[in-house]
Design a protein. Structure first.
Length: 189
């Protein structure tokens, strides 16, 4: 089945985040003891065969309080950028109605890291729109792959990818071959 007609709903916006801001976010959490193994969707359990990535829940009170002024400013900048990106998406697709957003997660894919094919909406978390910010691009691998490798993207630093979270948009993050891939994700309901 051709997926050409679905590709326009995957929108990449460049220069949404300033390069210095991206570096600032990475530096703030680089050596943090807050990193832990990411859980898998509805199972809410660690499964390194499905999702081999580390995460920090950026929006959690515990994380924000550790360096409140700096981390609150980071969250506010991300919130502003996400709102702007969603408005741009809604200009293209005005029937994309958003009720609220979710918290931000900071992801770190080290060499060998990946996330196998999945969708972002499930019974416990019925999401409408996925939003992922690329904080760096100085790594090899780690491409976004949609529709069983029929369509791939390698977003540049400072860009955001938005796409419907539903069953029509299965995707994966391909294995990191070299370096570390950093991103911030959130979802809209």
């Amino acid at each position: 089945m051709s997926t050409q007609h679905l590709r326009p709903y995957i929108v990449q916006l460049e220069n949404v985040l300033d390069s210095a801001f991206c570096d600032h976010v990475i530096a703030e959490f680089l050596d943090s003891d807050e990193w832990h193994q990411a859980r898998v969707g509805g199972l809410a359990e660690v499964d390194r065969n499905t999702r081999n990535v580390d995460v920090i829940e950026l929006s959690s009170r515990r994380v924000l309080q550790r360096n409140a002024d700096v981390r609150s400013a980071i969250e506010q900048t991300l919130l502003s950028a996400a709102m702007k990106a969603v408005r741009e998406y809604q200009k293209l697709y005005p029937d994309c109605h958003i009720v609220r957003g979710n918290a931000f997660e900071f992801l770190r894919y080290t060499k060998g890291g990946f996330y196998r094919k999945h969708t972002d909406s499930f019974v416990k978390e019925p999401r409408s729109l996925s939003c992922s910010f690329a904080l760096n691009d100085d790594f090899a691998g780690g491409e976004w792959s949609f529709f069983d490798a029929d369509y791939s993207l390698s977003p540049p630093k400072g860009s955001v990818i938005l796409f419907p979270s539903n069953f029509m948009f299965p995707h994966e993050i391909l294995k990191i071959r070299d370096g570390v891939r950093y991103s911030v994700v959130t979802w809209m309901i």
